[in-house]
Design a protein around this ligand. Structure first.
Ligand SMILES: CC(C)(COP(=O)(O)OP(=O)(O)OC[C@H]1O[C@@H](n2cnc3c(N)ncnc32)[C@H](O)[C@@H]1OP(=O)(O)O)[C@@H](O)C(=O)NCCC(=O)NCCS
Length: 454
């Protein structure tokens, strides 16, 4: 990621006074070590990136105040304020997003930002504020944590809640405690915060605030059909942060056509699997009907099955239609399942965009927990729907019964996520600590299903 743009150079240079402004919480970050020591004599490899960052800042003339008597005791103070953003901050947040997210930035731009943080039906009266907390130096946003508002139903009672999303600090400002400060500021205003997929650093921020572990969510995948181009793209994506391995993989593809060999061998194994497992098409008499929007029948379904999922972010129609029909850039397909004239389930599917690896996603699937017939028919329908157009089909679930059915259809668990919750409500904390395995989670939760350039 580029951290040395000319914008940053000029914006980050403090003015002589560089004193805290009056529009929010401020703090001077005082590093607990000598910057010069770190630069000249990095103590260990782990310290080196931090030393590199400090060297960057020295080179760019960021504000340093000298407290020591010798050059080795130069200590650094950078004025960084933390506050909740206003809608009018959008242009500066947009500049931050472009710099921080680089090639993924187009998938986080205005239309999506407004859908997620301004037109979200679970936001209250915000008085011009948006659920985005920013870290800023004079004239420039350098970090953020945002909250995607939602509602949690716990044992039939609805609580306002939010997903921690878009946790990002510009590279030059990492490792200075800004992540902790931002998370603490968010938690002071939001009574229930949940995170499903997260980096280790984000987990540590939540743990410092007493996060409750919410059990496991398994990501399942079923390989369908491979081609050389997809294997090559996959290898490139997986080696993004390992330039040497990436170069080796590129050479193997270029001179030895390893991607084609892998795709061919993979397809032979997949045919073998299909012969052994058989074509897993269930037929339990469920009618799966596409729909443009979910209607009142989905609210009735959710009321009926809710007791099977005692803790869940709501699946009422208001949420589903906002999440899937109004979401910009992403094209979701909605399906309702009927049997014997009754609505017995629903499912949301998405086929990846051309910038992503070609795969199909069962984004959300809800039916009564013990209703095997409906879940089987919905999974079978999804596999038929994607056909051979995709390299694989993914589905995530926290529900073991749904996981069993996915495995019967040839899905394999490829990753396990461990979501957590930070709450200021002692009753909620106690309830979650008592049983963390009651949650319903899928790719409809958090911002898990978003465009991943691959
Ligand atoms: C994740 C990120 C926001 C952390 O911000 P930060 O200001 O550097 O974090 P802090 O300095 O407040 O440190 C927070 C905690 O994370 C730890 N941490 C920081 N970077 C880490 C890393 N690369 N790996 C593991 N832990 C890390 C810190 O040690 C600290 O934990 P501790 O207090 O228990 O020691 C920042 O590194 C970033 O923007 N990364 C790229 C985007 C990203 O990964 N976002 C998270 C998506 S869930």
């Amino acid at each position: 990621m580029s951290s040395h743009s000319s914008t940053e150079n000029s914006a980050a240079k403090p003015k002589a006074e560089n004193s805290p402004r009056s529009d929010g919480e401020h703090g001077f970050i005082k590093l607990p070590f000598s910057a010069t020591d770190m630069i000249e004599n990095p103590i260990c490899d782990a310290a080196k990136p931090r030393a590199d960052r400090l060297r960057d800042r020295l080179a760019r003339g960021l504000h340093f105040s000298e407290h020591g008597k010798s050059p080795t005791t130069v200590r650094q103070s950078i004025a960084v304020s933390i506050r909740r953003a206003l809608l009018s901050d959008y242009p500066r947040i947009a500049a931050f997003i472009r710099e921080a997210y680089e090639e993924s930035a187009p998938f986080k731009e205005r239309e999506r930002w407004e859908w997620q943080f301004v037109n979200n039906p679970y936001l209250g009266s915000e008085d011009g504020r948006v659920p985005v907390w920013i870290a800023e130096v004079p004239g420039k946003v350098v970090g953020q944590i945002a909250v995607q508002a939602g509602a949690i139903e716990i044992d039939g009672v609805t609580h306002p809640a939010g997903w921690i999303v878009d946790v990002m600090i510009l590279p030059a400002y990492r490792g200075l405690g800004l992540g902790h400060r931002l998370y603490t500021a968010v938690a002071a205003e939001c009574p229930i915060l949940v995170t499903l997929t997260m980096a280790e650093a984000t987990r540590r921020m939540a743990e410092r605030l007493g996060a409750v572990d919410l059990g496991e969510v398994k990501l399942y995948s079923r390989l369908i059909h491979l081609d050389g181009r997809t294997v090559q793209r996959y290898l490139q994506t997986r080696t993004t942060y390992h330039p040497r391995i990436r170069m080796a993989a590129n050479m193997l593809c270029r001179y030895f056509f390893i991607h084609r060999i892998l795709a061919g061998a993979g397809n032979i194994l997949l045919s073998l699997r299909n012969t052994l497992v058989g074509r897993p098409w269930a037929r339990n008499g469920t009618h799966v009907i596409p729909t443009d929007r979910f209607g009142p029948e989905i609210d009735l379904l959710w009321q009926r099955v809710q007791a099977d999922f005692p803790v869940a972010f709501t699946r009422e129609g208001k949420f589903l239609n906002w999440r899937f029909c109004e979401c910009p850039q992403m094209r979701y397909r909605l399906f309702t399942a009927f049997r014997d004239g009754k609505t017995v389930g629903y499912m949301v599917l998405r086929e990846s965009e051309p910038v992503e690896l070609p795969h199909g996603i069962i984004v959300d699937l809800v039916a009564a927990r013990q209703d095997r017939s409906t879940v089987e028919d919905l999974v079978a329908f999804a596999l038929e729907f994607f056909g051979e157009r995709v390299a694989g089909v993914d589905c995530a679930t926290s529900i073991p019964e749904f996981g069993d059915i996915l495995r019967r259809f040839g899905f394999q668990s490829i990753r396990t996520e461990r979501p957590n919750c930070v709450t200021a409500d002692p009753a909620v904390q106690e309830r979650l600590e008592k049983s963390s395995t009651d949650w319903l989670f899928s790719k409809a939760d958090h911002d898990w299903d978003q465009i991943h350039v691959g």
